[in-house]
Design a protein around this ligand. Structure first.
Ligand code: NDP
Length: 451
């Protein structure tokens, strides 16, 4: 049995039976780095695969807090410190009822390789809680954040572990978490990224993930000598941070993003989604997407209950480019089949692992340009790295400076992946290129640092 099947088998036998998304993420990486492992014996001699798939540390804790009625509420809190070979643990916090240790392990594992690709000196981690900010008052969110940080602060620090936002954690939550960290430690340091601008946040951090997705897609099209996204119909899922700024950048470059979605359904607006209205609905009013049609009566809202046959509404709309930006495993084999038969030419993952394994395999087999999340959405964490640099030097970069650095980072990631994929015999396989390039960087550091 070789090291890949041995590792997968042992994960299945241990706790991975319930950690299905973690197993999926590990399997996708291990299968695609096989050409590297068979070319260089040092990775097996140093047991890198076995060491990489086990987190350095998993912290789980109880979060008790008082709601507005003064009733006691209890949630689970987590931080997975996965690997710090390249720098302090770095990765977002997710607040969503679906959060459990398996989902956070998948996200933390992906984060290790993503962060390696950025070229910034950061390791990989992830955390969060099954707390649902939806329907809670600002005061309740603040009380929860304070209680959550009451344990987390013991494990993080500007050179130890630097969390950021993710699903359910935006500027409001990061602000409360930062205030709590300061209260518990008396330290004013860059311990969280995605902070509001007036106390240490970086310009362009909010936009970075979505803008980076489009910079990456544009680089891919360029390196394939294909026509650009200008005037092309694009479909986007999600209507949170990543989706909104993906849509905004698509419009800036002259593309026509015609969809967005949330947990209640999706909007099809053939004239192009209004990203400013989405900001109001999702960041200020925090309401469902159906309200979009109050302002644009010609746009069509389809409720999630009307989706047919396991297919997800957004992916039934014909498009040149598809951008899944909501959540994991939201684009299935059935959706991929729909997209391909409707002529899709490029699929770029904005969310983490939004495409199921069989759907990814189909895109690759059919020669569709496919950008995996760990490359395409790395712009967010790259700019988080820039925020850490600015905090450490007490400096402030302009929007233009950050944007230019972001564009350069996405270009370098793309070029590195294409070169790596070419070196291993398949220049169009961005999944293999990203996994090998990220793994190699982390593995070489682990070898150099010893055990
Ligand atoms: P947000 O919380 O801002 O938005 C998430 C969006 O996805 C919302 O529209 C939400 O709908 C929708 N959504 C979430 N879960 C589901 C579900 N099960 N079914 C349908 N829709 C769903 O999160 P982000 O935009 O920050 O994150 C989106 C994805 O991007 C995640 O995979 C995240 O890990 C990834 N990512 C985020 C980065 C960042 O910088 N924020 C960086 C890199 C990756 P609703 O409004 O109804 O809840």
């Amino acid at each position: 049995m070789n090291v890949i099947s041995e590792t997968l088998q042992s994960l299945k036998l241990s706790n991975c039976g319930t950690d299905t998304t973690f197993f999926q993420a590990v399997e996708e990486v291990l299968v695609s780095i096989e050409p590297l492992l068979s070319s260089y014996s040092k990775y097996q001699e140093n047991a890198i695969v076995k060491r990489l798939v086990i987190p350095d540390r998993q912290i789980q804790f109880k979060v008790s807090w008082l709601d507005d009625k003064n009733d006691i509420q209890v949630n689970n809190g987590y931080r997975i410190q996965f690997n710090n070979a390249l720098g302090p643990y770095k990765g977002g916090l997710r607040f969503h009822p679906s959060v459990n240790s398996g989902i956070l392990k998948f996200l933390g594992f992906e984060q290790i390789l993503k962060n390696a690709l950025t070229g910034v000196a950061i390791g990989g981690g992830k955390g969060g809680s099954d707390f649902d900010p939806k329907g809670k008052s600002d005061k309740e969110v603040m009380k929860f954040c304070r209680a959550f940080m009451g344990e987390l602060y013991k494990h993080i620090g500007a050179t130890i572990d630097v969390p950021a936002g993710d699903i359910g954690v935006g500027g409001r939550e990061i602000g409360y978490l930062y205030g709590a960290y300061k209260a518990y430690t008396s330290r004013y340091e860059g311990v969280l990224t995605g902070k509001p601008l007036f106390f240490g946040g970086s310009l362009m951090r909010t936009e970075a993930t979505g803008y980076g997705v489009i910079y990456f897609a544009s680089e891919m099209l360029k390196s394939e000598n294909k026509s650009s996204l200008e005037h092309k119909i694009c479909t986007v899922s999600g209507s949170g941070n990543v989706a909104i700024y993906t849509i905004e950048k698509l419009k800036q470059i002259g593309a026509v993003p015609v969809t967005c979605s949330d947990s209640t359904g999706f909007i099809y607006d053939k004239n192009g989604i209004d990203s400013e209205l989405l900001k109001v609905l999702k960041f200020e009013k925090r309401v469902g997407l159906e309200e979009y049609t109050n302002i644009y009566p010609n746009a069509k809202f389809t409720s999630i209950n009307e989706y047919e046959d396991g297919a997800h509404g957004v992916w039934s709309i014909p498009c040149f480019g598809a951008f899944p930006c909501a959540t994991q495993n939201e684009l299935t084999l059935k959706d991929a089949t729909n997209l391909i038969s409707n002529g899709v030419e490029i699929v770029t993952e904005g969310a983490n692992m939004p495409t199921t394994q069989d759907a990814t395999a189909l895109f690759l087999k059919e020669g569709i340009l496919f950008a995996p999340a760990k490359a395409a959405n790395a712009g967010g964490v790259a700019v988080s790295g820039f925020e850490m640099s600015q905090n450490a030097s007490m400096g402030k970069w302009t929007s233009l400076e950050v944007d230019l650095k972001l564009q350069e980072t996405m270009r370098e990631i793309s070029q590195n992946i294409v070169k790596t994929a070419n070196d291993f015999g398949d220049g169009r396989n961005y999944v293999m290129g990203a996994n090998i390039a990220g793994f190699k960087k982390v593995a070489d550091a682990m070898i150099a640092e010893g055990i």
